[in-house]
Write a protein that binds this ligand. Structure first.
Ligand code: ADP
Ligand code: MG
Length: 322
């Protein structure tokens, strides 16, 4: 490692307090050491963002850092895991100090908020690419998987769907809406700074039969639960939690909350007898949730509007397993 790379790491990334979260050895050796308490499973996940593909090339560095960590935290949330440690793979076209400062601030702010220690990584030269490997803990046997949904379970989502999708349409100028700047900022913010539902994931341990985070759109992501669990679903579009601006869109307003990604809410299934407990647990952490449908036997998804099946050409691509 050259001196400048060493300096770069110590100046911008060596901010993990060494004994945080059971870190035995953090940045600086050939590898990090962490202690996993007995009875816990280590939960590991990784996501990569490539400039020009996963974010526009002119995205501010702190926003890139935020998104890179937020999407990883969202995967921990979907597993019911407590995120504890991360590794950062940074490929940089050049060592730009102002950029690194902003990136480091963006990353450490979110990491501190969720109490995640940066324990290592790798720094290389090349086209701007950010990889975060996140590691968390879950008591053995309590991870929320995609495969546990059963016929009769309720399908529930946290928060509101389609906000990020509307934000993207506004950003790309695909849609002109007479919005106040406050509302416009709200939708753009939901796209650029999603809130990972980590607390909700923790609250759902022992309650949800299956869970996933909504990164690619509700139908696509719920589809993964259905495939893994070998079941089907009925969705009642009138129950989809959406912003009033989304509900007021002309035509099939529901195609946005059903198909647009980047909301990073959780979609999970729950046996009906645990519904009240789920609502109570999520209310206790101020997390909104809505029951949007039910798991059935068989395969595919039925989209219903007030009990009537909805035919939507715009959704054909998402219903391929029907
Ligand atoms: P090696 O040559 O053994 O791979 P490196 O020079 O890549 O070691 O890294 C030295 C130390 O700095 C290691 O502890 C590594 O985990 C850490 N590190 C390297 N890059 C980063 C980064 N972008 N963020 C955090 N830690 C990093
Ligand atoms: Mg290395």
């Amino acid at each position: 490692m050259s001196l400048s790379e060493f300096e770069l790491i110590t100046r911008f990334f060596d901010y993990a307090s060494s004994k945080q979260n059971g870190v035995e050895l953090g940045i600086g050796d050939d590898a990090a050491l962490v202690n996993v308490p007995p009875g816990q499973s280590l939960v590991m996940s990784m996501d990569t963002l490539v400039s020009g593909i996963h974010f526009p090339v002119d995205t501010p560095a702190d926003a890139i850092a935020y998104k890179a960590l937020a999407v990883n935290l969202s995967d921990m949330a979907a597993m019911g895991a407590q995120p504890n440690w991360m590794l950062l793979g940074l490929t940089l076209p050049k060592a730009d100090e102002a950029w690194l400062m902003a990136f480091s601030h963006g990353l450490s702010r979110l990491a501190d908020e969720y109490n995640v220690a940066l324990i290592g990584g790798d720094t290389t030269h090349g086209p701007l690419t950010i990889t975060i490997q996140i590691n968390g803990l879950v008591p053995q046997g309590q991870a929320l998987k995609r495969s546990g949904a059963q016929s009769g379970d309720l399908i529930i989502v946290t928060g509101q769907l389609g906000d990020a999708g509307l934000g993207l349409k506004l950003e790309l100028k695909e849609l002109e809406l007479p919005l106040t700047s406050v509302r416009r900022d709200y939708f753009i913010n939901r796209l650029e700074r999603p809130t990972p539902q980590v607390q909700a994931g923790l609250a759902l341990r022992g309650l949800a039969s299956a869970a996933i985070d909504i990164s690619d759109g509700l139908l696509a992501d719920l589809g993964h639960i259905l495939e893994a669990s070998d079941v089907s679903a009925n969705i009642n579009v009138e129950n989809l939690p959406v912003a009033e601006e989304v509900r007021a869109l002309p035509g099939d307003w529901w195609s946005l909350p059903l198909t647009s990604g980047d909301d990073y809410e959780l979609c999970f299934t729950v046996p009906p007898e645990k519904h009240a407990l789920v609502e109570q647990s999520l209310r206790a952490i101020d997390c909104a949730c809505h029951c949007i449908g039910r798991i059935e036997e068989g395969r595919g998804v039925k989209i219903l509007l007030r009990g009537q099946a909805v035919e939507m050409n715009s959704l054909k691509g998402y219903l391929h397993f029907d």
